[in-house]
Design a binder for this molecule. Sequence first.
Ligand SMILES: NC(=O)C1=CN([C@@H]2O[C@H](COP(=O)(O)OP(=O)(O)OC[C@H]3O[C@@H](n4cnc5c(N)ncnc54)[C@H](OP(=O)(O)O)[C@@H]3O)[C@@H](O)[C@H]2O)C=CC1
Ligand SMILES: O=CC(=O)O
Length: 323
Amino acid sequence: MKPVVIIHAKLPDALLRKLEAHFQLVIVEKLSAETMPLLRQQLATAVGIIGTGLRVDEALLQQAPLLKVASTISVGYDQYDLSALQRRQITLTHTPYVLNDTVADLAFALMLAAARRVCELNAVVKQGQWHKQSESGYFGVDLHHKTLAILGMGRIGQAIAKRAYFGFDMKVSYSARHDKPEVDRTFQAQRVELDQLLSSADFVVNILPSTMETQNLIGEKQFALMKPSAVFINLGRGNTVDEQALYRALKNKQILAAGLDVYQSEPIATDSPLLTLDNIVCLPHIGSATAETRFAMQSCAVDNLINSLLYPNDPQKTVYRVN
Ligand SMILES: NC(=O)C1=CN([C@@H]2O[C@H](COP(=O)(O)OP(=O)(O)OC[C@H]3O[C@@H](n4cnc5c(N)ncnc54)[C@H](OP(=O)(O)O)[C@@H]3O)[C@@H](O)[C@H]2O)C=CC1
Ligand SMILES: O=CC(=O)O
């Protein structure tokens, strides 16, 4: 009998066949109240689990006595309780690098859409409200040659900095936990304390992970520090931003505009006051959502799972381990 692996995602046939060569597969394509009992039941025999969007905590792991590897199809891993995994010596793997460029591209889509009011004015045209005489009423603000603050100068932050510096002639500053001399040299960038960073930026892009330290990092006080002409983008995780404070900042024109890809709760509640504002662009967590990149992430996650289960001590087999 082959060892059991649970897949809680929709994987292409080629990747399913690759897994099937080694494992007996239990496929739960969509996580829901109906499918969770099956998943929980199968945890009793599973040695591996691969997918996205599942909260893997102590309670879930208690039902998985044989589990050795959890492979997430994402770079962020805030859905996983690292201490609970550590206690059971379960390896957690993720999919860094392959999505950097795709997510960085979306940062620019959001910045440009918010700054040039792309969605708002698209609606004006489609609703037959385009009036020649009100052209100045359609003015936005420039992105090129402005100051960009990147919160989180990691893999994706650096892909954003590259586009900003070389493509848009922007002045880049950033926050991170550690100094980054190579980044400073390459992009003529500067690591700056958060308050100063926010008060000097024309555009602020948040690409921070969700951690104890980053929860609600951007709230009332931080929005108050930003320029009235500032554009704020959140592509990191929703719980790093106080959404009520963001709503007030946008409503009271404390900042100019915002673009969001991530939210405190996903999907965002349909009655969220944020959705009533013209000066915000909202996307449904699609940072890495292109066909090519999602396939690359899935391939990476499948290789992570196979390599860590079958070749745990082979240095030639690449595994992107979190723990
Ligand atoms: N919207 C979407 O679809 C996507 C969202 N994401 C989000 O983006 C995040 C970042 O991904 P990635 O760039 O690959 O991750 P990295 O780990 O490469 O980068 C994270 C960066 O955040 C910095 N950082 C962490 N904690 C703090 C803190 N308390 N204060 C200041 N800086 C901090 C790190 O600093 P240092 O380098 O000094 O350690 C690092 O520069 C993911 O965790 C995920 O949440 C990712 C992909 C898609
Ligand atoms: O949010 C997406 C991720 O890969 O993390």
